[in-house]
Design a protein around this ligand. Structure first.
Ligand SMILES: Nc1ncnc2c1ncn2[C@@H]1O[C@H](COP(=O)(O)OP(=O)(O)OP(=O)(O)O)[C@@H](O)[C@H]1O
Ligand SMILES: [Mg+2]
Length: 356
């Protein structure tokens, strides 16, 4: 197995400090003692830590631009180091010991990241009120029964996925962070910190909106949240809004797969066609979930009109609203239509693509 992080230093004290932090993160470091040796592993390492002592030497080799490069040294850092940091393409200059905890988190994520990248599924409604949020919740709760999963609510005007999964049910509404606590916080978000901060229902971590007017999401914060969510879980489900703005367009493009939930009425299929056209331009792999009463238009027909692979069909589930109001969520019985449909979609999803 390759070491996840590369450290470039000849400073014994710095090396000791970083080996200690790596041990706390449950990982090891690849150590290079000179710039020339470092460049051999430069591109392959998940994270590169350039010791302040060798920053200038590394910069003189003009290494290729890459992400996740940090210059690390004992604080306070000297003038001139920032120039070398810029020249090596570092995101920042990190001072020890002030940044110890930050570095443990970074190294933990780097180690997780080697083996870990959650499957990310976006869910979009083809028309208003068709049941997209409900299906996203069913999918996420079903996934969470088997593996670590998180549900991200990207629809500021939706009912709030916490309500649908049963997190806000009396008498103990869940505590935990919501979008308002995460937007505007710049810098790195650790996957473990994110998971620990979010409210959890039946193993499913949930990120949704605080009551009141929704905060405006910024692309940078959402990117960081999605990235931490993917490092810290096996499955990420995103409830997407139907109108795609810049932020949600970026999220769609980062999803491995997207499911469009379409109704079976003529109007429902017509608007789903428009949403499908938008999605096709953004996402590589779009699949279809057809939601409608069993006796309505056949799901295969809807799939044919929309030219999308049919992944699952969701018949009307009796007493759904009542179960949601009681905080039982949409999949409290394994035999319910939503539970079955979610299992079918997850089985197809695990196979990699909606179509073979
Ligand atoms: N399979 C189902 N059977 C019965 N009722 C359902 C089903 N799915 C959703 N509903 C009901 O339809 C209503 C709308 O559901 P939901 O909020 O999931 O739709 P949506 O597509 O996300 O809507 P929006 O356009 O607001 O995002 C809710 O009252 C929900 O309980
Ligand atoms: Mg919705």
């Amino acid at each position: 197995m390759t070491s996840p992080a590369l450290l470039i230093t000849r400073d014994e004290l710095l090396l000791d400090d970083l080996l200690r932090l790596a041990a706390a993160a449950g990982t090891t470091l690849d150590v290079a003692h000179d710039a020339a040796a470092a460049l051999r592993s430069w591109g392959a390492a998940s994270v590169v830590l350039v010791g302040a002592d060798l920053a200038e030497a590394v910069a003189s080799h003009r290494p290729a631009r890459r992400e996740h490069v940090h210059v690390v040294g004992p604080g306070p850092v000297r003038d001139g180091l920032f120039r070398s940091a810029l020249a090596v393409g570092a995101a920042d200059v990190v001072e020890l010991p002030a940044a110890d905890a930050w570095l443990v988190e970074l190294l933990t994520d780097a180690a997780d990241g080697v083996a870990h990248r959650a499957r990310t599924v976006g869910v979009v409604g083809g028309s208003g009120g068709v049941g997209a949020t409900t299906f996203a919740c069913a999918l996420a709760l079903t996934a969470a029964a088997a593996e670590p999963a998180v549900l991200l609510d990207l629809d500021p005007l939706g009912p709030g996925v916490d309500r649908v999964v049963g997190l806000d049910a009396a008498p103990h509404p869940a505590t935990g962070v919501r979008w308002d606590a995460l937007v505007g916080s710049h810098g790195r978000l650790g996957s473990r910190s994110l998971r620990a901060a979010l409210p959890v229902k039946d193993g499913l971590a949930v990120l949704t909106w605080a009551p009141g007017p929704p905060v405006a999401l910024e692309a940078a914060s959402v990117r960081e949240v999605l990235s931490a969510a993917r490092r810290g879980h096996d499955v990420v489900v995103v409830d997407l809004p139907r109108t795609v703005d810049d932020v949600s367009a970026e999220v769609v493009s980062r999803c491995d797969q997207v499911l469009l939930v379409a109704g079976t009425t003529v109007a429902g299929v017509a608007s789903a066609g428009k949403v499908a056209a938008v999605l096709r331009g953004l996402a590589g792999d779009v699949g279809l979930v057809v939601r409608g009463a069993a006796a309505s238009v056949p799901a295969e027909h809807v799939a044919g009109v929309l030219e999308l692979p049919l992944v699952a069909r969701v018949p009307t589930q009796r007493r759904l609203a009542e179960h949601v109001d009681l905080g039982l969520g949409p999949v409290h019985s394994r035999r319910s239509p939503l539970s079955r449909a979610a299992r079918v979609a997850l089985d197809v999803q695990r196979a990699g693509r909606w179509v073979a």
